[in-house]
Ligand binder design. Structure first.
Ligand code: NI
Length: 138
């Protein structure tokens, strides 16, 4: 880690109170919470850059009774096979399945295939969570 720098921040009292309530017992001090906020922004910026290689997970909830849905989902994953690392499938109940897929590759491609998967009829919810090793943000 590089040298620590101290800096003052002017902030509305009510806003700070809300932030303290939000971080609650999770953090020992505001400094660590603010460091995490900054890292989160840097990671977000990194994966907005389409040429960046990122890792993450794609979570999908879908109705497996929907006609041809599982086949369409499989075809899409094979079209972008270089992005998909590993799948976890859970049968949630009689109708719904949950799939968590570990993804790795260009952020722009991951967002593209996610949009295609989410647009399929019968996919009820989905979320792409991207991150990075964060090594450069230590
Ligand atoms: Ni299932």
């Amino acid at each position: 880690m590089s040298d620590l720098v101290r800096f003052g921040v002017s902030i509305d009292e009510k806003l700070l109170k809300k932030y303290d309530d939000l971080i609650g017992d999770t953090y020992n001090n505001r400094s660590e919470a603010i460091r995490d906020l900054i890292r989160d922004k840097l990671v977000e910026k990194k994966w907005q850059d389409s040429e960046e290689e990122v890792v993450g997970s794609l979570t999908l909830v879908f109705d497996h009774h929907q006609r041809e849905l599982t086949e369409k989902m499989l075809h899409l994953q094979h079209d972008y096979h270089h992005l998909f690392e590993s799948n976890l499938h859970v049968h949630l109940n009689h109708d719904f399945c949950l799939e968590v897929i570990v993804v790795k590759g260009k952020a722009s491609e991951l967002q593209e295939v996610t949009r295609k998967l989410l647009s399929l009829k019968g996919v009820h919810h989905g979320k792409l969570a991207l991150t990075s090793s964060g090594e450069e943000f230590k």
